[in-house]
Design a protein around this ligand. Structure first.
Ligand SMILES: Nc1ncnc2c1ncn2[C@@H]1O[C@H](COP(=O)(O)OP(=O)(O)O)[C@@H](O)[C@H]1O
Ligand SMILES: O=C(O)[C@@H](O)C(=O)COP(=O)(O)O
Length: 424
């Protein structure tokens, strides 16, 4: 039994982001899509990330599936569990970060856990308990307009305390900057006050490594992918993990390719514009047109095939907040999202059945819908395209698929163009 670290991620692209971090830090990492069967063969994986689609579902369902995933990881030997959520703390007053963290902590039996979404490489930092996205407070950032989880408060202690009955505490940067011993002492002080979930400031990767070291004995760690930076070293220090290895070679399949974007995040909208400006054939979908039958999967499939000979076509529904609101006012938030997700999943399935082997998908929920539709069970993590986004290869398929699953807000403006350069 090799598994050391297990992770439960609340969406697919978030899971891939974490799996990339663990693999870059030298752990053999496998990612599964959904909770696998009890006897799933994880091979020689030292870290396993189970990707759920639990970010925006009812809290009780998110708890049930997160517990099932954590129990399976523990049964396979995981010594520590990470609960991975978004670096922008995507959630609603009902959850699901608080309720899931609370249930996992009870299940795993720790006296306290930490909560740290910081991902400095992608501009997410936490200072005095406030989350920043680049130079802006979370509540001033484009996250305030997210279609499913608008974030309008940057004070993470307040946000989290609304979602959980457990007392929420804060370890500020003054302690973190002093290193792992000061952080461990702050955790001890918090525990003695009865605090159970501790927001931790972090503004650099060194901060995250110090926090990781201080959290070596925690049964549960919660946060963004950044919180995992310092964890593999704990196992290495304990003699359980080999020195860093070079990543295995990545050979993507050949054949036709397509890009599907359901993310309305600012970064994705810029990427769509850049790709179109560079001559990428692009077809725009509209939730209202899908709902009343003007946009159909068949028409999209025909269009993709007609545009695949000389280019990699892009199908997108990415729209600005005003248009998103228009669609939501008519269809409701959930249905507006669901019609797009279903259509893109249907398109992906039909194209795969027609020989398409390479898919770039933008958006966490969107990627979850597409990959579930494709029936992919597990992913091998390949090279990094941009921080937080690797190419991946489906595992267990006779004809593996190459999948780039991009979190909405990640990636440089030319992401849709440069991703393919790593496949040549
Ligand atoms: N034009 C649109 N109007 C309303 N909702 C949309 C539109 N386009 C996509 N959506 C939905 O918005 C959600 C975007 O979430 P997601 O895919 O997770 O992207 P991100 O990673 O940017 O958060 C999805 O449910 C998607 O179907
Ligand atoms: O932590 C992050 O920012 C990402 O890993 C992530 O979870 C993003 O979610 P989506 O924007 O829904 O893809």
């Amino acid at each position: 039994m090799n598994m050391l670290l297990g992770a439960v991620a609340d969406d697919l692209t978030g899971a891939t982001d974490l799996a990339l971090t663990l693999s870059r830090e030298g752990m053999r990492t496998v990612q599964t899509v959904g909770v696998p069967a009890d006897d799933f063969d994880f091979g020689d994986a030292e870290a396993v990330v189970i990707a759920l689609k639990s970010r925006t579902i009812p809290a009780a369902e998110a708890i049930a599936m997160s517990l099932e995933a954590a129990r399976l990881l523990k049964a396979h030997g995981a010594e520590q569990i990470i609960f991975k959520y978004c670096s922008t703390f995507d959630s609603t007053p009902q959850g699901n970060i608080g309720p899931v963290a609370e249930a996992l902590l009870e299940e795993l039996g720790g006296n306290l856990t930490l909560a740290c979404p910081a991902f400095p490489t992608n501009g997410r930092t936490v200072y005095r308990g406030h989350l920043f996205v680049g130079d802006q407070l979370l509540s001033d950032s484009p996250m305030k307009d997210h279609p499913l989880t608008p974030m309008t408060d940057s004070d993470l202690v307040r946000v989290l305390q609304q979602q959980t009955t457990l007392p929420v505490g804060l370890v500020i940067h003054d302690a973190v900057s002093k290193g792992h011993e000061a952080v461990a002492a702050a955790f001890k002080a918090a525990a003695s006050k009865g605090e159970k979930v501790i927001i931790v400031d972090a503004i650099t990767n060194d901060d995250l490594r110090a926090i990781g070291k201080a959290a070596a004995d925690m049964t549960l760690i919660t946060g963004g992918s950044g919180i995992a930076i310092g964890l593999p070293e704990n196992f290495r220090r304990a003699g359980k993990l080999a020195p860093r290895q070079t990543a295995a070679a990545f050979a993507g399949p050949a054949g036709p390719a397509v890009m599907l974007a359901g993310s309305c995040s600012t970064a994705t909208r810029r990427q769509v514009e850049t790709a179109i400006a560079a001559g990428t054939p692009a077809m725009k979908l509209d939730p209202l047109a899908i709902a009343d039958g003007r946009n159909t999967a068949d028409a999209v499939i025909d269009w993709v095939k007609a545009n695949s000979s000389a280019a990699i076509p892009l199908v997108y529904s990415s729209s600005d907040p005003e248009d998103v609101k228009k669609a939501q006012d008519v269809l409701g938030r959930d249905r507006a999202g669901a019609v797009v997700e279903h259509l893109l999943a249907d398109v992906a399935i039909a194209l795969r059945n027609d020989g398409y082997r390479r898919f770039l998908v933008a958006g966490g929920e969107t990627s979850g819908a597409v990959v579930n539709g494709l029936g992919v069970e597990a992913l091998f993590i390949g090279p990094e395209i941009d921080p937080g986004v690797p190419w991946t290869l489906s595992l267990g398929d006779e004809a593996p698929l190459a999948l780039a699953l991009k979190s909405g807000n990640f990636g440089s403006d030319d992401f849709f163009l440069k991703a393919w350069e790593l496949m040549r």
